[in-house]
Design a binder for this molecule. Structure first.
Ligand SMILES: [Zn+2]
Ligand SMILES: [Zn+2]
Ligand SMILES: [Zn+2]
Ligand SMILES: [Zn+2]
Length: 154
């Protein structure tokens, strides 16, 4: 990425600068209803958590997504110091691949600019590459199994 050493303010690269007027919008999807503010980074976000059905795996609430799938929120809940993007505890608390996923996925308002490189995670069973952020997988001890392999083993 070409933006190596520039420090940007959090709001600088919003998608639609025209509409930054008075109506607050969800910083992730742009909706203007049921907004609340994130505790971790004080951004407007929609809170349709009431529609969430337990165990449905529906990722339909921006608030919930930000709360559950970002380093920003993790860093806040763990009460770490400073900025999550510079936090060693966060960095060391996860597999690098997951750390990168939680720092750069679509639930972040501000993504990590220079995510560290990582070795792809491979399935212990068949050796295929597992995308920890998007593919299904299961863990047995320190080993990962892809969905096809763990279906076989049960
Ligand atoms: Zn939203
Ligand atoms: Zn946040
Ligand atoms: Zn942290
Ligand atoms: Zn496999």
């Amino acid at each position: 990425m070409p933006t190596a050493s520039k420090r940007k303010t959090a709001t600088k690269k919003k998608a639609s600068p025209r509409k930054r007027a008075s109506t607050p919008r969800c910083g992730l999807c742009g909706k203007t209803k049921n907004l609340t503010k994130t505790q971790c980074c004080d951004q407007w976000i929609c809170a349709n958590a009431d529609k969430y059905v337990l165990f449905s795996y529906a990722r339909n609430s921006c608030y919930r997504n930000h709360d559950r799938y970002t380093m920003c929120s993790y860093h806040f809940h763990e009460k770490h110091e400073g900025d999550w993007r510079e936090c060693e505890k966060c960095r060391n608390g996860f597999d690098t691949e997951l750390y990168v996923h939680f720092s750069t996925n679509e639930y972040n308002f501000v993504k990590l600019e220079n995510p560290p490189a990582f070795e792809p995670t491979r399935c212990k069973g068949c050796g295929c590459v597992i995308d920890l952020g998007h593919d299904g997988y299961t863990m047995t001890g320190d080993d990962y199994l892809c969905t096809s392999c763990y279906k076989i083993s049960f």
